[in-house]
Design a protein around this ligand. Structure first.
Ligand code: E4P
Length: 214
């Protein structure tokens, strides 16, 4: 199982690296905008910092625009993965990038049908957003289960799954149990995973008792 950092914040990425939790990084326009710097410069920094794949999203919604932007992103560093929104033009672009040897991530996947089309188009990764489905009262984890079982039943589909829009430590545990290839996790959830009140109470108790050492 690989774990990526779902962030464009250099400090959060560095922190995750110290814990072995930065096999890659996913960014999106919202995450880059939060940092307030030049997005291309930010992406370049992230690509230098991280050895694994760095997912960088195109803004164009048309095929030609996606190709132009994606090629520019891919030129930036060897570890860039071009993130493309789930649209007909996005599927066409994924197919073209496949032929050019540029890795892609078909993002904003909300149904198993979309994941099948993305895989058939030759996307390297699909990115189902489970938290956003939960937000509207659907079952995000069930979508991940469906995609996992479809890809397992059809080994000719070589696309890897990145579970995105992870909101809770419970999501991480369920996804790990399912054997999802890659989990991209925001730093808030990483911190929540690390902490447990009984760990804190146990540490405090041990330190207290250590004062009684003779
Ligand atoms: C990552 O690739 C996605 O863009 C990200 O996980 C979306 O998360 P959100 O639904 O919390 O914005």
């Amino acid at each position: 199982m690989e774990m990526y950092v779902d962030s464009a914040n250099l400090e959060e990425i560095r922190q995750a690296q110290t814990l072995g939790l930065a096999d890659g990084v996913t960014t999106n326009p919202t995450l880059l905008a939060k940092e307030g710097d030049d997005p291309m410069a930010m992406l370049q920094e992230i690509c230098k910092l991280v050895q694994g794949p760095v997912h960088a999203e195109v803004l164009s919604l048309d095929y030609e625009g996606m190709l132009k932007e994606g090629r520019e992103l891919a030129k930036m560093a060897d570890n860039v993965v071009v993130k493309i929104p789930m649209l007909k033009a996005g599927l066409q672009a994924a197919k073209a990038f496949r032929a050019e040897g540029i890795p892609t991530n078909l993002t904003l996947i909300f149904s198993p049908g979309q994941a099948i089309l993305a895989a058939k188009a030759g996307a390297t990764y699909v990115c189902p957003f489970l938290g956003r489905l939960d937000d509207i009262g659907h079952d995000g984890l069930y979508l991940l289960q469906q995609i996992k079982s479809i890809f397992k039943a059809n080994p000719d589909l070589e696309t890897r799954i990145i579970a995105a829009s992870i909101r809770t430590p419970g999501h991480v545990v369920e996804l790990a149990q399912m054997g999802i290839d890659i989990l991209t996790v925001p730093s808030k959830v990483l911190s929540q995973l690390e902490r447990h009140p009984l760990s804190d109470a146990g540490i405090a108790q041990f330190l207290e008792d250590a004062k009684k050492f003779k």
